[in-house]
Ligand binder design. Structure first.
Ligand SMILES: [Fe+2]
Ligand SMILES: [Fe+2]
Length: 321
């Protein structure tokens, strides 16, 4: 008899070591990049420069025609200062929800790092990420303050429910990084689209988004490499469970990130039929939700989280491609 099984095992072991080496090299590269290229909101953003001041009636806040709400006849028939304020309200709400999500994320990252063993390369990177998210939180809140709009973040009950998120790493670090991508990917999708839409943006908004997109690229890369490294090695039953829960988390989170703010609807008395036409019955709104999780969906396929059963959950959540 040949010693095929042990040879295979040895080869598998070699591959695992090679993969582990490549994975650790990526983490080291990300850590180094965090030192070489990072921004600080109170050093790198000229908040008090006259060009950067926020005026609620600035026409640059108006939503463009190609926007789902911006193109609706109800919106177009509002006076210019109301159109500008609605646009600003939406930007400020996205930043407020973003900073709340990142607050949960930071606490989860610290819970994850708390238990890491000495010498773990993830420890340093996760601290870099936590510090960067600290800067993002200050940057987003400073923007919200300067709009002087009474924006709220997540709706109250959801905010209460969200308090379990920082504890997910204690149950499953893989599930936690799916949650991370569930928030970061839709935000990144929307922000990149804005930078490429060819319009003139307010310089404060543009600066904040450019800084955010640049640093988020590393966070998203870390989460993706972490999942690629860990998920294929999970026992089958845990991988199946992760495959069932992931599309539920991703579907809910994409909606939280992209849904219309309730206080804005009430404040501007946006009629129910307009909300339904723009956000609920609109194929473009549904496509946006699907597209915003596109990269994470591909990753889930790649690491074995999609099978005929879990695909049905992706479809039921409205996020299947
Ligand atoms: Fe961030
Ligand atoms: Fe991030």
């Amino acid at each position: 008899m040949t010693s095929a099984p042990s040879t295979t095992a040895a080869r598998e072991h070699d591959e695992q070591v090679a993969n582990a080496g490549a994975y650790e090299a990526v983490i080291e590269r990300l850590s180094k990049a965090s030192v070489d290229k990072h921004w600080e909101p109170y050093r790198d953003i000229p908040w008090d420069d006259p060009e950067f001041l926020v005026d609620q009636a600035d026409p640059r806040w108006e939503l463009p025609e190609f926007d789902k709400l911006g193109g609706h006849p109800w919106y177009r028939s509002r006076p210019p200062e109301v159109r500008a304020m609605i646009g600003l309200w939406r930007v400020a709400t996205a930043m407020k929800i973003g900073l709340q999500f990142e607050n949960l994320l930071k606490r989860g990252l610290l819970n994850y790092a708390y238990r890491l063993p000495n010498g773990s390369p993830e420890f340093r990177y996760v601290y870099h990420e936590t510090i960067e998210e600290g800067h993002h939180g200050m940057m987003f809140q400073e923007f919200v303050n300067r709009t002087r709009l009474p924006v709220r973040g997540m709706p109250g009950p959801l905010s209460v429910l969200a308090q379990v998120a920082p504890w997910i790493p204690l149950i499953s670090t893989e599930l936690f990084f799916v949650f991370v991508l569930g928030g970061e990917d839709p935000i990144d999708h929307v922000q990149r689209k804005l930078l490429k839409d060819g319009r003139t943006h307010h310089p404060l908004e543009e600066t904040i988004i450019r800084i955010h997109v640049a640093e988020e690229a590393r966070h998203i890369s870390f989460a993706r490499h972490y999942l690629r490294n860990r998920v294929p090695r999970l026992p089958r039953h845990r991988r199946l469970l992760l495959g069932v829960i992931s599309p539920i988390i991703l579907g809910v989170m994409a909606r939280i990130m992209l849904a219309p703010p309730g206080p804005m609807i009430r404040r501007f008395r946006i009629p129910a039929h307009v909300v339904a036409e723009v956000y609920l019955r609109n194929p473009a709104a549904k496509a946006e939700i699907r597209d915003s999780v596109g990269r994470t969906r591909e990753l889930c396929g790649e690491i074995g989280l999609i099978n005929p059963l879990t695909r049905r959950i992706w479809k039921a959540m409205g996020i299947w491609g």
